[in-house]
Design a protein around this ligand. Structure first.
Ligand SMILES: Nc1ncnc2c1ncn2[C@@H]1O[C@H](COP(=O)(O)OP(=O)(O)OP(=O)(O)O)[C@@H](O)[C@H]1O
Ligand SMILES: [Mg+2]
Length: 138
C-alpha cells in the first residue's frame, strides 16, 4: 500500500517515479562519483536510498554513509583515522576507501561545512553542528 509520509525520506514502495534520475545516477556510478545537488526537500536522500536498493538488486556493493553525522557526534571533531574506520567498515579496499573519503572531505571542506584543526575534522560553525546533531539525535 502506498502511504504519504511527510517529513521523512521515502523508501521501498513509497518511492515514486524518478526513474530517469535513478538511471542516470546508476549509469554515472559505473565510472564516476556523483554529487547530487538540489534545493531542500526535493528528494535527494530518498533517491540515494533508492540507488542503494537498486545496487543491491544488481548484486553490487552499496552502503550509505552520513559523514557529517559522524563528525557532528563529537564536539571535538573527529580525526581522519576515525572517519577512515567508519568508511572502512563498508568499503573493504583501503585504496578505494581513502580515495572516496578524500573526495567527500574535499567537498565538505570547500562547501564550508568542515575545517581541519589540530588533526581533527570538525564543523566550521557550532550552529551548523547543532543543526546537524539535532537531525541525527532524534
Ligand atoms: N520519489 C519520491 N516519492 C515519494 N515521495 C517523495 C519522493 N522523494 C521525496 N519525497 C517526499 O519529499 C520529502 C523530502 O524527501 P527527502 O528527505 O528525500 O528530500 P531531501 O532533498 O533529501 O531533503 P533535505 O534537503 O531536507 O535533506 C519526503 O518526506 C517525501 O515525503
Ligand atoms: Mg536529505
Amino acid at each position: 500500500m502506498l502511504s504519504n509520509i511527510v517529513g521523512n525520506t521515502v523508501q521501498g514502495e513509497d518511492f515514486f517515479d524518478r526513474e530517469h534520475e535513478l538511471d542516470r545516477v546508476l549509469e554515472r556510478l559505473e565510472t564516476d562519483n556523483v554529487l547530487l545537488l538540489a534545493p531542500r526537500r526535493v528528494g535527494k536522500t530518498s533517491l540515494m536510498y533508492r540507488v542503494r536498493e537498486k545496487d543491491k538488486e544488481l548484486g553490487r556493493l552499496a552502503a550509505y554513509l552520513d559523514l557529517l553525522s559522524a563528525v557532528a557526534k563529537n564536539p571535538e571533531g573527529e580525526p581522519l583515522r576515525v572517519l577512515q574506520s567508519v568508511l572502512g567498515a563498508r568499503v573493504q579496499d583501503p585504496e578505494q576507501r581513502d580515495r572516496q573519503l578524500r573526495y567527500l572531505i574535499d567537498v565538505l571542506q570547500s562547501d564550508g561545512y568542515l575545517v581541519l584543526e589540530s588533526e581533527r575534522y570538525r564543523f566550521r560553525s557550532a550552529l551548523l553542528r547543532d543543526f546537524w546533531a539535532r537531525r541525527i539525535l532524534v
